[in-house]
Design a binder for this molecule. Structure first.
Ligand code: PRT
Ligand code: ZN
Length: 283
């Protein structure tokens, strides 16, 4: 049995639990308990604030954790990053008041920057040889310039609307983040076996994300062109139809390309196109 630390509430909680659910691991939601053992997999969830997850894993209280890469980096936790999970995407950026004339990172020389991420910012400033003062604040960083706490901020940006609402402009992206699965170092054999199974399931889930399964009837004469339009994992599956001039073609494509591909396939004579969701892809 292994223990996985998950954010108890906040931006990563729901998606962490739905990832586990989608790979057949049911755990009770944190409202009921701090620890919840799965009945379907040898794992128990430990619900914590995201700030605590890197240390809890590096210290061995949990074997695994799901947390933002930003928290792992900021806390310098000695853990292994097993995989990126494809949700919780954001970036850590420097932003300054709108209207300031910005001429590159040297703008920050002699200025003060408010942030909850002093370590990542400190490294960046050192790298760029910038002498700025870091003001550590733990919440509402975006209001710091307006209330006179600092000249600029270094904070998480996702859509950018919080910056706009506070009269700020993003000028440098310093760190790209998303949710990651982390593990304690020096795992034993049993832990490794359970984690291999977990990673195998996660991979089949992340590979299938954003994919559609396409099935259509196609004149055989258009087959070559269709194969060019549909670069599948190996190549599209072609099946015979009762009518010898036609075949049935199956393929997996990125959902983002769906309508472009459908239009191209229609143009070469495809008919009866079925589009289906892909639940899992086992490579
Ligand atoms: O209570 P706990 O300590 O567990 O949670 P928390 O409040 O510290 O963190 P939470 O739940 O806000 O975020 C958890 C993790 O989600 C972060 O560490 C990031 O890895 C990731 N994440 C992804 C984000 C965002 N997107 C995000 N937009 N974390 C915070 N924000 C905030 C940001 O601080 C800013 O205030 O959203 C605002 C900006 O959003 P936009 O869309 O307006 O740019
Ligand atoms: Zn937090």
């Amino acid at each position: 049995m292994i223990r996985i630390a998950i954010q108890s509430k906040g931006r990563l909680n729901e998606e962490s639990l739905s990832l586990l659910q989608s790979i057949g691991i049911e755990v009770d939601a944190p409202k009921r308990k701090l620890l919840s053992r799965s009945q379907t997999f040898p794992i128990e969830a430990l619900y914590l604030r995201d700030d605590d997850i890197p240390q809890v894993v590096s210290g061995g209280t949990a074997t695994l954790g799901i947390v933002g890469l930003n928290e792992v980096e900021e806390r310098g936790a000695d853990v292994d990053i097993l995989c990126r999970l494809g949700f919780g995407g954001c970036r850590l950026s420097l932003a300054i008041p709108k209207g300031e004339a910005y001429d590159g990172p040297s703008w920050f020389n002699g200025r003060s920057i408010a942030t909850s991420y002093p370590n990542i910012l400190g490294k960046y400033l050192k790298n760029k040889d910038i002498d700025a003062k870091i003001e550590v604040i733990t919440g509402s960083v975006e209001i710091a310039p307006a209330v006179g706490i600092a000249d600029a901020i270094f904070d998480i940006v996702s859509s950018g609307s919080t910056l706009v609402a506070n009269g700020l402009v993003e000028v440098e992206t310093v760190f790209e983040s998303e949710a990651v699965l982390i593990a304690r170092k020096d795992l034993n054999g049993e832990e490794r076996e359970i984690i291999d199974d977990l990673l195998f399931r996660i991979e089949s889930e992340t590979v299938s994300r954003g994919k559609k399964y396409l099935l259509m009837n196609l004149p055989k004469a258009s087959l070559e062109e269709a194969i060019r339009i549909l670069p599948a994992m190996r190549s599209p599956t072609v099946m015979p139809l009762a009518s010898s001039d036609w075949c049935s073609l199956h393929s997996v494509i990125d959902a983002a390309d769906l309508w472009t591909k459908v239009r191209q396939l229609k143009a070469i004579g495809a008919e009866g196109i079925l589009v289906m969701d892909v639940d899992k892809i086992i490579l």
